[in-house]
Design a protein around this ligand. Sequence first.
Ligand code: ATP
Ligand code: MG
Length: 296
Amino acid sequence: MSNPDGLSVTGLTKTYANGVRALRNVDLRVPSGMYGLLGPNGAGKSTLMRTLATLQTPDAGAFSLDGLDGRRDPDGLRRRLGYLPQQIGTYPGVTGRGLLERFAWLKGRTHARERRREVGQLLEQVNLADVAHRQVNTYSGGMLRRFGIALALLGRPRLLIVDEPTAGLDPAERNRFHRVLADVAADAVVLLSTHIVEDVENLCERLSILADGEIVAEGTPEALRVPLQGRLWTRLVPRHESVPTEVLHVAAAPAGTRVFVEATEHPGEGFEPHSPRLEDVYHHALSRADQRRAAA
Ligand SMILES: Nc1ncnc2c1ncn2[C@@H]1O[C@H](COP(=O)(O)OP(=O)(O)OP(=O)(O)O)[C@@H](O)[C@H]1O
Ligand SMILES: [Mg+2]
């Protein structure tokens, strides 16, 4: 393998039995650190993540972790993997510590003292030590997410896959969650999917934008902004005026709607230059992909 360090995905393709082409020839190189997978609903993020977590098989393509082939040796990959699915279940009648202990035992931690120590450290790491005695089904959504991360971190995975972990979290919880992930990313590959652009902008060194099963942009947040420099304009459309359709994206504002457009020259009265953010990159990549599909 030319790039044995980190996660490597080549030509991954998946069509479901109902004919939905959820992944089309996806290539990815993910080094250690935080990597963002950004895409709208239905883009294929969960499909990609379930496939990499060896929970479903692709129709074609390959993936490897530090050179270990995930299709030939799924058990080997699973031993190095932590996966936090988009939907997590709760277990009535079990405390946080109790549930972690059980999963640790299932993962082969048969030595009681070591198991307790690992579970204790994980509870500290995700900031749940003081509620570890409470039943998991009494946790708030944010606590449950952090608990899910503790479960995924059992056995110190080399690859941590987290599928839309911050949806529904308040800003303080989101920050707490981000700090835990950043901590893990110091010496692991962390693949984070989201449709919240800010999550990726502040947290990830690199990212991919996935649309309709295809990677439509890849790079660092800074590099992805460069091609849009000097090409974006914004204007506030007052409430009584109709919003033009040829816009990159819109944002609701107190006095009307703020529109963002791409143009090589000043697009007309009322527009001012807008310096590109990742959100603009995201909408731009999606609209380009739409245009390509319409033309094909
Ligand atoms: N088990 C399945 N059987 C058939 N089609 C599926 C299945 N799972 C997902 N799909 C379809 O595959 C496409 C990709 O879905 P996926 O769940 O991977 O997207 P996503 O990016 O995770 O979306 P979201 O942001 O809503 O979680 C969608 O069109 C979806 O309807
Ligand atoms: Mg999903």
